[in-house]
Design a binder for this molecule. Structure first.
Ligand SMILES: [Zn+2]
Length: 414
């Protein structure tokens, strides 16, 4: 499996200059190649072969001194990537899609370059870890988490964020077979990420969505300030950086939360059942506010799926049709408007929180999909939580889990 490990670089001022210089040479090569390819395509009606294109690099280096200062594999990667992108575009065109050309890139938009296969390594210099980049520099790097020993470093991409910070992302291959999910999953959970606010699970936990209103307000404030600055001035540039920092901060917080929540479920359970949001999207007509939240939950489910695979946990995405209407106890469907937050079954008298009821249905369907027999006793009959424990997203961020320490302690003592 391939993994990405991202770390912050700690470049000195001299390193920064070097990084920017390399970035700019790469950008020029990108723009030059883009121009060449478009020209070729107009004259010949098709793209040159990758071999032709690659063979032009040595000639280019004869008159373009700057290119010799950048590690050759870095240059090759730029040419190859551009070629692949254009190829993708022309394929789309052939299939009748109206797609534009790749654009010329101004300095601000060309942010990263990649060392592939060779020319980079992690090293120790003067008591600190550095990322050693061929023809560039040894740049201090903050390895806040270790790359596993059996991982093969395939490539590293160094990128300048709009905030001015530099990051290194390693593409890493680990040839470890992920563990097989157990045949008889014991700890199973259904999660209803239903309507925006809460993710309800069948263990009686309801995790709130992350409150980022303070961060959003700050972003808006900084954006307003930016609009009052004179475009291109020093102050404008400073303020633009502040806005970028706000954006980065929001993104970081959101991802951190979703990472921790998905980690928890993948590690804690043998089977995790959720609704298939792709199907759900077709059933429910989305409003705008719902789209924002559902984008976050989509990210959550993507993270959850890949973490489940890594941990050897069943991940089941079930058909969401009617999960809120159906009674988790007897299976009878009753229409329920959105504002009715309680499920109360007219057929069997079962009462539960609306989302908890949905979560139970999701779990039953998940168990059915995996072929685990829970048919005789529905989960509801065996272990229905009497009340719901509402958990703030903040607690997940701080403790890495939606489970209260006290609750765990209590469960142990019982
Ligand atoms: Zn019922």
């Amino acid at each position: 499996m391939y993994y990405a490990y991202k770390y912050r670089l700690k470049p000195s001022d001299a390193h920064r200059e070097e990084l920017d210089r390399h970035r700019d040479i790469c950008r020029q090569l990108y723009n030059h190649t883009r121009y060449r390819l478009n020209e070729y395509q107009e004259n010949h009606g098709e793209l040159p072969s990758m071999t032709t294109l690659r063979s032009e690099l040595p000639d280019l280096k004869k008159w373009w001194d700057g290119l010799n200062e950048v590690y050759s594999k870095v240059l090759q990667t730029i040419v190859e990537r551009l070629f692949d992108n254009l190829k993708g575009l022309s394929k789309l065109k052939k299939n009748g899609y109206g797609v534009g050309q790749l654009n010329w890139k101004p300095p601000r938009e060309f942010r990263s370059f990649t060392y592939s296969q060779s020319g980079f390594k992690l090293d120790k210099k003067g008591g600190q870890t550095v990322l050693s980049l061929s023809k560039l520099a040894d740049i201090p790097i903050r390895l806040h988490r270790a790359i596993p020993d059996d991982a093969k470093l395939k490539q590293v991409t160094v990128k300048k964020e709009p905030t001015g910070e530099w990051f290194a992302t390693f593409g890493v291959q680990i040839d470890r077979e992920p563990p097989e999910p157990p045949e008889n999953p014991e700890k199973c959970v259904g999660i209803d990420v239903g309507i925006l606010k809460y993710a309800h699970d069948t263990d009686g936990t309801a995790v709130g969505s992350l409150d980022l209103s303070a961060e959003r307000e700050r972003l808006e404030r900084e954006q307003r300030k930016l609009s009052r600055k004179q475009h291109g001035s020093n102050n404008y540039e400073k303020q633009r950086r502040r806005v970028a920092e706000c954006h980065a901060n929001l993104r970081r917080k959101r991802r951190d939360f979703l990472h921790k929540l998905s980690n928890y479920y993948a590690r804690e359970y043998d089977l995790v059942a959720v609704e298939d949001l792709n199907v759900k999207g077709m059933i429910e007509s989305p409003s705008n506010s719902r789209n924002t939240a559902s984008a976050a939950w989509r990210t959550f489910l993507t993270l959850l799926e890949y973490k489940c695979e890594r941990e050897g946990t069943h991940f089941v995405a079930v058909n969401p049709r009617g999960t809120t209407k159906e009674c988790a106890s007897c299976g009878v469907s009753t229409d329920k408007p959105l504002w009715v937050r309680e499920h109360s079954c007219p057929a069997c008298g079962f009462e539960a929180n609306r989302d908890a009821n949905a979560a139970w249905n999701i779990l039953s369907r998940g168990l059915e999909d995996v072929g685990v027999g829970h048919s005789e006793s529905t989960p509801v009959e065996t272990a229905l939580p009497t009340d719901t424990d509402s958990v703030s997203a903040k607690r997940v961020v701080e403790s890495g889990s939606p489970t209260l320490k006290e609750r765990t302690a209590k469960a142990v003592s019982e």
